[in-house]
Design a protein around this ligand. Structure first.
Ligand SMILES: [Zn+2]
Ligand SMILES: [Zn+2]
Length: 219
């Protein structure tokens, strides 16, 4: 609570260079952060418009996954600010960057949820902050379509283990009719792609149309 109040009183400063004004200043967005090339999110093959490549399509219902930045030291600071400090000003700057990116048409925005335990501990869910800000800019609704089971820690798991672990971790929770709605699914960092894939499968199970994913960073 105190954190939130102090944030209202203190002007926003760039998380990278500390210039007053916004969560990420224009110059850091252009210079310090490296735009990530358009690739398949599963195998990193270069593709057009961040499409999933032909050989990976059978593994995932995700059609395209747009990643803003290469996960280097600068992008790590940005993600840290979003994920562990819940900086809404950083979320706002990232939403602007997403809004400026060439994303496919979508009807609703949703996000990769956190466990209830972690949500309680932190008081926020990083991808949700981003979803909310993007919803404000794009005037598209954002819905909590998924929930995450409370067990299974993810940190430290190897690549194969991660795919196994993530199975059954998410549940479609919305009663709304999603038939054919195009969904934009937001996450902070993509590592193996297992989380995004599993979430997209659940969204499809819930009746969604095409699922497009976006993330802040990936190696
Ligand atoms: Zn800056
Ligand atoms: Zn691929």
């Amino acid at each position: 609570m105190l954190k939130i109040i102090s944030r209202l009183l203190v002007p926003s400063r760039c998380i990278l260079c500390h210039t007053e004004g916004s969560g990420i200043c224009d110059s850091c967005r252009q210079v310090a952060l490296e735009a990530r090339p358009s690739t398949c999110y599963l195998c990193n093959a270069l593709t057009k418009d961040s499409q999933v490549c032909a050989s990976c399509q059978w593994r995932t219902p995700v059609r395209r996954a747009h990643v803003l930045y290469r996960l280097d030291v600068s992008a790590e600071s940005v993600v840290y600010g979003l994920k562990y400090d819940g900086r809404e000003d950083v979320a706002r700057s990232l939403a602007k960057a997403l809004q400026a990116a060439d994303l496919p048409y979508y009807d609703v925005i949703t996000f990769v949820p956190d466990t209830n335990q972690r949500r309680r501990q932190r008081g926020f869910v990083a991808p949700q902050l981003l979803a909310r800000e993007l919803s404000r800019l794009s005037r598209k609704p954002y819905l909590e379509l998924l929930e995450r089971n409370d067990h299974v820690p993810q940190v430290g798991a190897g690549r194969q283990a991660r795919w196994r672990q993530v199975k059954g971790n998410f549940r479609y929770r919305n009663d709304e009719v999603m038939r054919d709605k195009r969904v934009l699914l937001i996450d902070d960092v993509i590592t193996t792609g297992a989380t995004i894939t599993e979430c997209a499968k659940e969204l499809k199970r819930g009746g969604s149309g095409p699922v497009y994913a976006v993330a802040v960073a990936k190696k």
